[in-house]
Ligand binder design. Sequence first.
Ligand code: SF4
Ligand code: SF4
Length: 354
Amino acid sequence: MAMLAELTHRCPLACPYCSNPVDLERKERELTTVQWKDIFTQAADMGVLHVHFSGGEPASRRDLEEMVEHACKAGLYTNLITSGIGLTRHRLKTLDQCGLDHIQLSLQGVDEQMADHIGGYKGGFVRKMQVAEWIAEIGFPLTLNAVMHRKNFDHLEETIDIAIKTGARRLEVATVQFHGWATKNRAALMPTRKQAKQARLTVNAARERLQGVLVIDYVPADHHSDYPKPCMGGWASTGINIAPDGSVLPCHAAQTIKGLTFEKATERALKDIWYQSAAFNAFRGFEWMQEPCRSCDLKTKDFGGCRCQAMAIAGDAAATDPVCIKSPLHETLVRQAEADATGEAEIEYRVMSV
Ligand code: SF4
Ligand code: SF4
């Protein structure tokens, strides 16, 4: 249904919660405009409905407009996931003319001080708010995406207020997920159990109050839950990711799973990778499951949770996600999360190594 096109890992921001891999791809290894256009054509032909232009910061690519135009003409619904940095009024107008359907703008904090500190980019908040004004003026449907963690969870109400002020139709309250760069910042960003509990109450109250005004999507704190989320709606079932170098992945963290080989869209047809590759078929269906998932009634709802999290904590991608209360590693995960949540660690910014 949806393709995440990671056009580049370059980004002016340096968010410590970034889910991009620690080993970021350099510009020289990025796909060309022609290669990306071919991927969008193939995606539309195989039935993909929706493409998310993502990164890094997709506006770092000067050919963004050309790619958006191509994807729209191929019949894909297009969404731009951006920090706003690198977008001018002129570029936004051009993107509108190219057919861009929707924009998702990230929010690092509720004021200049907090947002610029978390994003590691001075002046970022002011520019982002300007971009939000241009988005409203042009009339793009807007989603605001706020990654929430220990340092900003206490400002959730103000985050919701900003979503309303910017005219967003949707707000994603996404509790930090510990993949990529975020794993380096567990002790700095892990929310407390109390924050996680309060966030749910705040979200539920706001959903009630703002019916017809703002839709709120909520990604709860994994590490303070008893059951896992249905990660990606099940492995290789509805989503496909393309990394900047053309690697085709079932999710953005899949390369952390040892033993799987991910093919490149420049070397094999996308359709063949989706239907036939060993990596995409590794965790489809239920045959691969171990106990307790195999005999659990909830397996059709959560698909055993996140394969990357199982790999990271259990050392086995086919294990039950340790977030699940039935996993033998659940207690270990809870204890580690509680230790991280009381830590005093400094944040480590995302940087591209030289
Ligand atoms: S999370 Fe932050 S650093 Fe990572 S791509 Fe998004 S804006 Fe850039
Ligand atoms: S045992 Fe497996 S299928 Fe059952 S709830 Fe836990 S993770 Fe989900």
